[in-house]
Design a protein around this ligand. Structure first.
Ligand code: FAD
Length: 474
């Protein structure tokens, strides 16, 4: 088997596939045949990492630009620690990324949200088939390139380094377990975060980190290998290693992405039947990460969303309840409590206190209506209506991990840099494997940045190759 490549990409999600396709596209304009290997630890049927399972909401405006509030939000939520040059590059390149995806068979849709109170700049776009559309579309584009291949059930073990400290290949292990080296002047690490590594989760989040369930199954392949390999080669890091993006998910469900976002339209209680979070603090996509983190960090990983028939009657509420399990239901709160394993008297008291505290005003699910509680702690700041329309309903909730925040440090050309900011020749990284977020994740930007910086990495590596060819001809 020929083991010489122009580009080796570690990972077959949005970032890795975008890198491979973008390299091939650039090589075609430079009229050289690109030899590209994309490594995927999973089988072909399970390819695509996190990208495979995401709905892939894009935080974009109607004219296909990144939400103009994004950079300000990143600066604010990270306390000034996020790399704003990286964010500005993302903002500049998002329109090009959307064109790139469409050019390579990924159909996109855009719509005004049924919940315009969302924290995403007014509207949202997404691939018509979610993240799977990106995986299938870009993988087909790779398959269509003469000289490119996706090597399934093949894991990258470590980087091969040249004498000058640059990267000249990847040591891989395939189905037969024997290590072999793929030689390449350029390597893009796009191997996702470390949510699939209980050991790394425990190291960075504390011992309870290893108990976090994954929000989707193939996240188990994202074991922090890319971060480890890059650090071994001298890379710096960025992003908050002891923080992650989690979501409130239904623990009864085996379905990937079985999340329940409807918590602003009811109340949430812990296993002691006590409220612990301002359910109406902001739109669900501004608070779901904080809410899920609170369940994991301070509520013993267990909570319940309690609602009634008014909750279920809210227009489009079904669109934000993605579990395949029906809610538990009972005619009275006292009868609902045993189904949840909580004390009936305590739950009745909590609901009665909440109902009595609901203030006046007009309920409007589609804007921050200011209809709040008075005199209870925690308050409910919006969308407070009394729970008095039986049957009463409840969804059990736990915090499921979606992705980690800490990763490799890169520059705005997706080149991996050392702690001192120097580039490591031949080494690129993109997507979740790179660190960006601190404290909070402004939703709808993770796939966009994966595809964008994957595209940038591929184009930069192709142009470096073209430069080297020109120099060799002189
Ligand atoms: C259920 C769910 C919903 C989400 N919703 C959204 C959303 O609406 N909007 C949004 O922007 N983001 C969302 N996200 C986050 C987003 O999907 C990811 O951040 C993004 O897809 C990451 O892309 P990636 O290419 O960096 O990594 P991935 O898509 O995870 O790809 C990593 C790849 O690397 C492979 N790999 C890992 N280690 C190795 C190794 N050693 N050798 C070979 N291969 C390896 C994996 O198998 C995989 O193919 C969601 C995620 C999930 C799981």
């Amino acid at each position: 088997m020929d083991s010489n490549y122009d580009l080796v990409v570690i990972g077959c999600g949005a970032a890795g596939l975008a890198a491979a396709v973008s390299y091939a596209e650039a090589a075609a304009t430079q009229e050289h045949r690109a030899r590209i290997a994309v490594l995927e630890r999973a089988t072909k049927e399970n390819r695509g990492g996190a990208t495979r399972w995401t709905s892939s909401w894009f935080r974009i405006t109607e004219d296909r630009r990144l939400d103009p509030n994004f950079i300000g939000q990143m600066e604010a939520v990270s306390g000034g620690r996020a790399d704003l040059d990286y964010c500005r590059t993302l903002e500049r390149e998002v329109p090009g990324t959307l064109d790139f995806l469409e050019r390579h068979g990924v159909a996109l849709i855009y719509f005004k949200q049924p919940f315009p109170n969302r924290n995403t700049g007014g509207g949202l776009g997404m691939p018509a088939r979610g993240g799977l559309g990106i995986v299938d579309g870009l993988a087909a584009a790779v398959d269509g390139v003469n000289g490119a291949e996706i090597q399934y059930e093949t894991e990258a073990v470590r980087l091969s380094l040249s004498a000058d400290g640059g990267v000249d290949g990847v040591v891989v292990r395939g189905r037969n377990g024997m290590p072999r080296t793929l030689n390449s002047a350029a390597v893009v690490i796009a191997a996702g975060g470390f949510e699939g590594s209980p050991e790394m989760l425990a190291r960075h989040l504390g011992s309870r980190g290893r108990d976090l369930p994954l929000v989707a199954p193939t996240l188990e392949n994202n074991r922090g290998d890319g971060i480890r390999m890059a650090i071994e080669a001298g890379a710096g890091t960025a992003g908050q290693f002891d923080m992650f993006h989690g979501e409130p998910a239904d623990p009864r469900s085996r379905k990937p992405d079985a999340v329940v976002y409807a918590f602003p339209y009811g109340i949430v209680v812990n296993r002691h039947a006590r409220r612990f979070y301002d359910e109406g603090k902001d739109s669900f996509d501004a608070t779901f990460e904080e809410f899920a983190f609170e369940i994991w960090c301070n509520q013993e990983q267990k909570a319940f969303l309690i609602g009634d028939q008014t909750t279920l009657a809210i227009e489009h509420v079904d669109k934000i309840i993605l579990t395949d399990q029906p809610p538990l239901a009972a005619a009275t709160i006292g009868e609902l409590a045993p189904l949840l394993g909580v004390d009936p008297t305590a739950l009745e008291r909590t609901v009665a206190e909440y109902n009595a505290a609901v203030g006046p005003g007009r309920f409007d699910a589609h804007s921050r209506d200011g209809k709040c509680t008075r005199g209870i702690d925690p308050p409910k700041s919006n969308w407070a209506f009394p729970l008095n329309s039986p049957p009463f309903i409840a969804w059990p909730l736990t915090c499921a991990i979606t992705f980690t925040f800490g990763g490799i440090r890169t520059d705005d050309s997706a080149r991996v840099v050392t702690p001192a900011g120097q580039t490591i020749p031949g080494l690129y990284a993109a997507g979740e494997v790179t660190g960006l977020y601190y404290r909070r994740y402004p939703a709808g930007t993770s796939v966009l940045r994966a595809a964008t910086f994957g595209r940038i990495a591929g184009a930069h590596a192709a142009s470096a190759k073209a430069g080297a060819r020109r120099a060799a001809r002189r």
